[in-house]
Every structure is written in C-alpha cells, then in structure tokens.
Design a binder for this molecule. Structure first.
Ligand code: PLP
Length: 375
C-alpha cells in the first residue's frame, strides 16, 4: 500500500519516529483474552488509586462544565506556590508534566539545535526532540558494573553539548530504570552547565524518593534561571487519568512556557482535584511508606529467583530476566499480569514492573514463577 501524497511531506524527524507505546490497558487484555482478573503493573500508577481527598472532591464537585476552565489555573498555582514557598509566576501548569517537556522542546529546539539526554532516558525526550526536527544526542549510560548500573553518566554530558544545544533532559529518579542522581551531582551539573542550555530536571517520582536522596531543586531555581523542574499528579497522587502536571522555573522561563501553552490545557476537574490532593499529605506519606516497603519485598522476591534488579527509588523495578524478555511479557499477559517490556529502549532482556499492593506483587511473582518454569 502506498502512502497518500501528503505523508512523505511530514518532516524527517516525524518520519523517523514511532508513536509512544503506553502500558497495555486492562480493557485491551480483557477483550483479547476474556480474562476476569487482570492486574496492571505497567504504567507506574499508584496501586492505592487516587488520593482520597481528590476522589472526594470529584464526587462533591458541582461546577459548570459548560464553561471554559480557568486558563490561568490560579487557584492551583496559588496552592502550589504556598506549598513550595515560591512565587506564583514561577509555576506553569501542564496537561501532565509530559506537556511541559513538549512545550520546552517547542521553545528551544528546532532544525540545527540538539537535545541531550541519557541512554535509557524517558521515551518522551526523543519523541519531543525529533518532533521538533532537532537532533537527539544520547549519552551512553553507566555500565553494568557501576554502582548505579544503566544510570545517567552526568560527567559525560558536557562532551555532548555545544552552542547548538537547546535542552538537556535529566531525571531523578529516572524511568524506565529507577536509578537516581546524588543531590551533590545534580547541583554540580547545574552549576557547570552554560546558561544558554535549558536544563529540564524531571522529578515525576520525587515523592517516592527517600528524603536524603532528594535534591533541593527549589533552592537551585534561585541561582539558575535556565532550570525547569517538572513534577506531576500522575504518580504518587494517583491522578494519571486526569492529566495534570506543573513546572517550577524562573519567571522568565515561565513567561516563555505560557506564551505557547494551549490556553485551556488543564481542565476544570483536574485543577479542582489537584488542589484537593495537595491537602492530602497523609495519603502521600502512606503511599511513600507502602511503596518503599513493597519495593524492597518485591526486589527480594526477584533476587530469590536469581533475577538481577537495577537499583530503584521509584514505584517500579526494572530487572534482567536472563533471557529475552518479550516472550516472558507475552506469557505474563496470558496469566493476566501486565508489565512493561523494554525492547523499545534497547533493553531486550529487561522487564519493568510497577510496585503494586502486597496482593498484586504476590500475584505477579506467582505468575512469573509459572512462566519461568514453562518449557
Ligand atoms: C510518568 C512520567 C512523567 C509524567 O507523566 P505525566 O502523566 O505526563 O505527568 C514524566 N517523566 C517521567 C520520567 C515519567 O515516568
């Protein structure tokens, strides 16, 4: 079949791309295999669901969806500003934090520019870079014998930057790996990166991190106007379906982001629920604790089966199956367990599993035993 005439006129970057592969939805698997009981540990959602304060707010909400939302998101921004003791004009709201990654690329990337990020970095970085017709530069990850195997090699990043570097993407903890960067390493990196380069520090999983491993990104913003810190309500707040994220930056950066931000990018319900979620510290604390505990148990379970896990400070674990992982992924699907194959990241022997409830994790390990034992 030949493509319609317009197809090849899409710019090269787009033609090189493949669409983002989301975790397989439960409804797909239900339709395909007719299973009753399916657990999804594929997209790093919170297994406890949505923050109860947000769920309550959603149930009680009686606004008017016939009206446009507040395009400025002022109530939510003021709440975030108070929480982080930061000026409202340093906050930008996104339709998920991935939208902020995309807005950043749209401002600073284009033909002739390049973006630098680590091998095994989040899939959105190359997508948004190629989408802007810019050159992706992947910095080889740390080796398997490093104490942060497959993690970002921050020291090597400088070698990949030049006058045409528009954006550098770093994440701590990173996804799909789970490794993190020492606060002092992030500080030194930001300090040593020239100011014409925009640094995106992706903190989607920061609330899952142990306190002593978190960088004080808020303080870094005071000294570095070229820094954008992105966060999300999708992960620990359990609101992935509502799509709301935000960035903290200099006011000048926020000004640029706002110039191209779609006017009503965060819907009314999402703004309202995010405000409520910010009051639910008890839920965040509980999610952090249970994740830390279950992550450790799950890691032990995998190690007892002889599988090597990469270090993780997120709500997921990436492990080496010791064999090609896509057949194992398929076999797990037939057992009603959805995990994440990582072949699209060039990791053909690894799987990523989201840390679920104790019951989910037990179901996953039992399914894993079954598929590993199969001839
Ligand atoms: C999940 C995730 C995000 C955020 O996704 P949104 O739902 O768009 O907020 C950003 N970066 C990384 C590394 C992630 O894993």
């Amino acid at each position: 079949m030949t493509n319609p005439a317009f197809f090849e006129r899409a710019h090269d970057g787009i033609l090189q791309l493949r669409a983002y592969e989301p975790g397989k939805p439960v409804s797909d698997l239900q339709r395909e295999l007719g299973l009753d009981s399916i657990i999804k540990l594929a997209s790093n959602e919170n297994p406890l669901g949505m923050a109860p304060a947000a769920a309550q707010a959603l149930a009680d909400w009686h606004g008017n969806l016939g009206l446009y939302p507040d395009g400025n998101g002022l109530a939510l921004k003021e709440k975030l500003a108070a929480r982080f003791d930061i000026d409202v004009n340093r906050i930008t709201l996104g339709n998920g934090s991935s939208e902020i990654l995309d807005l950043t690329a749209r401002i600073f990337l284009g033909p002739g520019r390049n973006a630098v990020y680590s091998q095994y970095g989040f899939a959105v970085y190359p997508i948004t870079t190629l989408g802007m017709h810019a050159e992706p530069r992947e910095v080889p990850a740390l080796g398997a014998s490093d104490n942060m195997p497959c993690g970002h090699d921050l020291d090597a990043f400088a070698d990949y930057m030049d006058d045409n570097t528009g954006v550098v993407f770093i994440a701590s903890p990173t996804n799909p790996i789970g490794t993190w960067l020492a606060p002092s390493a992030i500080e030194a990196f930001v300090e040593n990166t020239p100011e014409h380069v925009v640094i995106v520090l992706d903190e989607a999983y920061v609330e899952y991190q142990d306190e002593d491993k978190r960088v004080d990104s808020r303080a870094l913003l005071e000294r570095h106007p070229n820094l954008i810190v992105t966060r999300t309500f999708s992960k620990i707040f359990g609101m992935a379906g509502l799509r709301v994220g935000y960035s903290l930056s200099s006011p000048e950066m926020a000004d640029l982001l706002n110039r191209i931000r779609p006017a009503f990018n965060v819907n009314e319900l999402a703004q309202y629920c995010a405000c409520a979620a910010l009051d639910d510290d008890a839920f965040v604390t509980r999610s952090y604790r249970e994740n830390a505990q279950e992550r450790e148990r799950l890691q032990r379970g995998l190690q007892e089966r002889g599988l090597v896990c990469l270090p993780s400070q997120g709500n997921f674990i990436t492990f080496d199956c010791g064999q090609p992982s896509t057949p194992l992924f398929d076999a797990l699907l037939r057992e009603g367990v959805i995990v994440r194959p990582l072949a699209s990241y060039g990791m053909t022997r690894h799987l990523r599993v989201t840390v679920g409830t104790a019951a989910d994790n037990a179901t996953f390990l039992a399914a894993l035993d079954k598929v590993l034992a199969a001839p």
